[in-house]
Design a protein. Structure first.
Length: 146
């Protein structure tokens, strides 16, 4: 999908992701109570989400169903951030993160020729060149921290 999910749209989507299929009226009540939106604002944002393909409108009762999963939204946001800030380079992102603070031995486990750092292991399988960059970045940070 890879369309931009703006902050206002994300607020609507968060309600749908949390509640499941929900009426537009219920969304407007929840957002009124949590962030002070009025009904017209909520309906306008819902309509934008429908136009962008993030939400499907079901009848009767204007039920809203998410077509964009939260996981997909996070992936799209991450991809956009890495492209914008790091010119699309995931290794540069992690190198930047790792250079900010030395890793503790507990945080980093070396396992043979591979390493695992939180949820990074799946990325290293998906992007083989990432392993080399991460080994270099981890090596630099490991040396600084010890």
């Amino acid at each position: 999908m890879e369309k931009t999910l703006f902050d206002s749209e994300r607020k609507v989507m968060e309600v749908i992701w949390k509640e499941g299929d929900v009426t537009a009226k219920q969304i407007s009540l929840i957002l009124r109570d949590t962030i002070g939106w009025n009904k017209n604002t909520t309906y306008t944002v819902i309509k934008k989400c429908i136009q962008k393909g993030f939400i499907e409108r079901l009848e009767p009762n204007f039920v809203c169903r998410a077509l964009l999963s939260k996981d997909q939204a996070v992936q799209d946001d991450t991809r956009e951030f890495v492209n914008r800030v790091f010119d699309g380079s995931v290794p540069l992102l992690f190198s930047s993160l790792l250079s900010q603070k030395a890793l503790s031995k507990k945080c980093l486990r070396l396992e043979g020729s591979n390493f695992r750092l939180g949820g990074i292991a799946p990325i290293t399988r998906a992007v083989p060149s990432f392993r080399v960059h991460m080994r270099l970045a981890v090596s630099v940070v490991w040396q600084k921290g010890n």
